[in-house]
Design a protein around this ligand. Structure first.
Ligand code: PEP
Ligand code: MN
Length: 339
């Protein structure tokens, strides 16, 4: 941490700040210029609050120089994390993995129809929510364990891995036999009790960015999982809340290269929730691959107009197939391939 003292600060105030830094666990290096004193605190403990120093008399400004997370940081594993599955699929390697499927699992017919179409187009992971976080309690809430069984059955039938959202701790053991990847949704990114329990799980997990979460907060949430010993974490940008109302959320494409710089964890893009509009999903998916996304999560429905959730942002099967063709052209331009 760097502390710049005010020009008018007294020797007493400077000494108080030095004492405080030492109490916080820093080794302090002082440089006294012609007008101003600057204190450098090194050997930082990971958890400290810069405001404790900022608020002290005589302090002008304080800058943090180390990240508040350590296991999620790029330095922890400079070569990057590759999440490997038993069928040979990898997320975080050279190949970009496309995960697709309906927002919610609705019926056997629906799951088989959608799975067949997305598998044929080249998706490798089937998505489908069985426990749904809906903004209204009157909306369809998901089929629960019956939905998980349908998801697994369709996935196995078309040789697709499966991903589904876990909303609370009690669902973890129920989901364990059915899913290959746990999904933690935007609304639960900071459900720290849930994250702690999922840290104990030994199965890949996709953590979505919260609706109003900074990237630092996303990485601190990942830190909860990693510190529990679950290292198979995949992050996901799914759009954030801004003042723009044209789209459901604002898809932050810049999150992809930023996460790649700050962290070793693979980064996914979800342009479906990122835009909330079917006609804007393909452009944002293409942009995400161009920006370096390791995977995509895309909602596809065989009959979007009849979908029980998120139909307006679900692609028609033909749109998805066309998008896959486009992605196969874009990926090589940035040194990647589609898995
Ligand atoms: C979903 O994937 O269907 C979902 C609910 O996503 P999010 O948590 O990003 O809203
Ligand atoms: Mn959805």
């Amino acid at each position: 941490m760097i502390v710049a003292m005010q020009e008018s600060s007294t020797e007493d105030q400077i000494q108080h700040v030095i004492d405080q830094l030492v109490r916080m666990g820093f080794e302090v290096h002082r440089s006294t210029g012609a007008r101003q004193t600057v204190l450098g605190g090194v050997g930082a403990p990971h958890d400290f609050d810069t405001r404790e120093v900022e608020m002290m008399p005589g302090v002008q400004e304080v800058h943090r120089i180390t990240a508040p997370y350590k296991l999620a940081g790029r330095n922890f594993r400079p070569e990057g994390t590759v999440v490997k599955f038993t069928n040979g699929l990898e997320i975080g390697g050279k190949k970009v993995v496309v995960m697709a499927g309906p927002c919610s699992v609705e019926s056997r017919e629906q799951m088989f129809a959608v799975s067949e179409l997305i598998a044929k187009a080249g998706a490798r992971v089937l998505r489908g929510g069985a426990f749904k976080p809906r903004s209204s309690p009157y909306s369809f809430q998901g089929l629960g364990v019956d939905g998980l069984k349908l998801l697994r059955e369709a996935g196995d039938h078309f040789k697709l891995l499966v991903i589904s959202e876990v909303m609370e701790i009690s669902q973890i053991p129920l989901m364990m036999p059915y899913v290959d990847i746990f999904q933690v949704g935007a609304r639960n990114m900071q459900n720290f009790n849930l994250l702690r329990e999922l840290g104990k799980v030994r199965k890949p997990l996709l953590l979505k960015r919260g609706i109003a979460a900074t990237l630092e907060e996303l990485l601190l949430s990942a830190e909860y999982l990693l510190s529990g010993g679950n290292y198979e974490i995949i992050l996901c940008e799914r759009g954030i809340r801004t003042f723009e109302t044209y789209t459901r959320n604002t898809m932050d494409i810049s999150a992809i290269p930023i996460i790649h710089k700050l962290s070793h964890l693979p980064m996914t893009a979800d342009p479906s929730h990122g835009t909330g509009r079917r006609d804007k999903v393909a452009p944002m998916a293409r942009a995400s691959v161009a920006a370096g996304a390791d995977a995509l999560l895309i909602e596809v429905h065989h009959q979007p107009e009849k979908a029980l959730s998120d139909g307006a942002q679900s692609l028609y099967p033909e749109q998805f197939a066309k998008l896959m063709d486009e992605l196969r052209m874009i990926a090589p331009a940035v040194g990647r391939e589609i898995a």
